[in-house]
Ligand binder design. Structure first.
Ligand SMILES: Nc1ncnc2c1ncn2[C@@H]1O[C@H](COP(=O)(O)OP(=O)(O)OP(=O)(O)O)[C@@H](O)[C@H]1O
Ligand SMILES: [Mg+2]
Length: 369
């Protein structure tokens, strides 16, 4: 078990691609850290540097208090689980799982005990004599996991280990992984571009964009208090709505105005949005914070609009509408709400839950206290 420390780590590939840019992150002993971000943001490169398969261009990497920049991969005591399992096709499941211990010259009896115990833990004890090609994707992923577990490493590195599984298996395996971590308590660094995996698995989430860390925090903090528009838009399905408009101050009150609509912002944000008076900002509101039926007589923060698309999902229904001012807005409503495309509706925005961002794709969240 060990802490993993990356300090000012940068990776520039030949040709000048900056895959990772000045990354500093401290993964605590026993922590489950999820690194999440869109394709190409540098996730795999980070894991490969920790594993020693790639050298950082600058910065230091320490595992368990020891700087490992010059330590070869086999001596780093980390185990990596890949998206494509990377099992040896000519070996049986048993041989695949035993391989690393055999290389380390572990006594045969110990190997047998470790492989059998791990196989039992993962429910694959009946498959030990099979070759990988005779396994389903889910079974192969378990073997890949088992092969990592028998090594009893200080750190597990997971590179999108569930992405080749079908939707249902992905959900069950995700739950098993979490249970496994609760049992083994080994430090885990888990890379994914799937925001649900990030939210459900991580003790903390590190959100990346184009090689740069955007925010590192526990899942609900990232969700409730996104540091900028990129983070806000990355977590949440359907994603947060972003309305472009401006701030207007009147009689000591702050309003967000856009497309003929006017939204009164809560008193506690007045001071924070005052510097943007007369300027452009972006209002962010999650679909679940817009409700379909404004209370009778309520006029404030009510927008009129027309329903464009209705998407029933069973547990909720997503509705895409266009406000009278021409703003696009997705809201999540009760699945039994009587609503159909073409309906004229009024919606109410819960302004206690809105965020105000500076303009631009990574505009900072100015409404955070
Ligand atoms: N060996 C390499 N040589 C040159 N550029 C590379 C190399 N490996 C990765 N890159 C580039 O570095 C950037 C980060 O790649 P990386 O594989 O770390 O992304 P990722 O976040 O894992 O993406 P994905 O979600 O698609 O797996 C990309 O722009 C990629 O093209
Ligand atoms: Mg990758």
């Amino acid at each position: 078990m060990a802490k993993v420390l990356l300090e000012k780590v940068t990776k520039v590939f030949d040709g000048g691609v900056v895959a990772v840019d000045d990354l500093s992150v401290e993964v605590e002993d026993k922590e489950f850290m999820v690194i999440v971000g869109p394709s190409g943001c540098g996730k795999t490169t980070i894991l490969r540097m920790i594993a020693g398969l790639e050298n950082p261009t600058a910065g230091t990497i320490a595992i368990g208090g020891r700087v490992v920049n010059d330590v070869p991969p086999r001596d780093r005591d980390v185990a990596m689980v890949f998206q494509n399992y990377a099992l040896y096709p000519h070996m049986t499941v048993y041989q695949n799982m035993a391989f690393s211990l055999k290389v380390r010259k572990t006594p045969r009896g110990e190997i047998k005990a470790a492989v059998e115990e791990t196989a039992k833990m993962l429910g694959i004890e009946g498959l030990l004599g099979r070759k990988p090609k005779a396994l389903s994707g889910g079974q192969r992923q378990r073997v890949a996991l088992g092969r990592a577990i028998v090594r009893n490493p200080k750190v597990f590195l997971f590179d999108e280990p569930l992405s080749n599984l079908d939707a249902k298996l992905r959900v069950t395996t995700r739950g098993e992984l979490k249970a496994l971590h609760q049992r083994l308590r080994t430090t885990c660094i888990y890379v994914t571009h799937d925001q649900t995996e990030a939210m459900t698995l991580g003790d903390r989430i590190c959100v990346m964009d184009r090689g740069l860390v955007q925010q590192i925090a526990p899942p609900m903090e990232v969700y409730d208090r996104p540091i900028n528009r990129f983070v806000a838009g990355f977590l949440g399905a359907p994603p947060m709505n972003f309305l472009e408009g401006g701030i207007e101050m009147r009689d000591g009150k702050a309003y967000f105005v856009a497309g003929g609509s006017c939204i009164l912002l809560p008193d506690d944000t007045v001071g924070r949005v005052r510097p943007y008076n007369g300027g452009a900002v972006v209002l962010g509101v999650r679909p679940e914070n817009v409700s379909l039926e404004p209370l009778a007589g309520r006029k404030e923060n009510v927008l009129g609009g027309k329903v464009r698309v209705v998407e029933p999902l069973g547990d909720r229904t997503d509705v895409i509408l266009e406000t009278e001012g021409g703003l696009g807005l997705t809201i999540s409503v009760d699945p039994h709400a009587a609503i159909k495309a073409g309906d004229a509706v009024q919606v109410h925005i819960d302004t206690g839950k809105v965020h105000i961002f500076e303009p631009g794709e990574v505009g900072g969240n100015v409404s955070l206290g």
